[in-house]
Design a protein around this ligand. Structure first.
Ligand code: SF4
Ligand code: SF4
Length: 127
């Protein structure tokens, strides 16, 4: 029998017995396994025409959530952010020398996310 979207999401959560004592992080880089994007209050938004591909945001982002793409001149530029893991710290916007990243209030995107959730749910149910 296929699992529903909520059942799949719940089955990913750890019980209190599985969480290390004191919340100690035993394995480096394990944040990829958690949806830390839900902590966000502000969301980074790229203004593509301003990005000069200096990569400062990529270097400084503590979550490695900057997504890149190569342009026609083989220069890497920011195409977006991994929003499942971006915590909205704003470091990327602060270090950008040309102000190509704006931090916007997360609640402004509430309706966009509802649409995305519906799409994701449909995808999961199809699998
Ligand atoms: S807001 Fe913080 S976590 Fe998100 S992309 Fe920018 S630097 Fe990374
Ligand atoms: S710091 Fe700004 S200009 Fe540099 S790659 Fe990031 S968004 Fe583009």
């Amino acid at each position: 029998m296929k699992k529903s979207y909520n059942q799949k999401k719940e089955s990913k959560l750890k019980s209190w017995k599985e969480i290390p004592i004191g919340g100690v992080i035993e394995e480096a880089g394990n944040s990829i396994n958690y949806e830390t994007g839900s902590w966000r209050t502000f969301r980074p938004v790229i203004i593509p025409e301003k990005c000069i591909g200096c990569m400062l945001c990529y270097l400084y982002c503590p979550e490695s959530t900057i997504l890149l793409e190569k342009d026609e001149k083989f220069v890497y530029r920011v195409k977006g952010f991994d929003l499942e893991h971006c915590k909205g710290c704003g470091i990327c916007a602060n270090v950008c020398p040309v102000k190509a990243i704006e931090m916007k209030v997360e609640s402004d995107f509430k309706n966009d996310d509802k649409d995305k959730e519906k799409t994701d749910k449909t995808k999961i149910e199809k699998n």
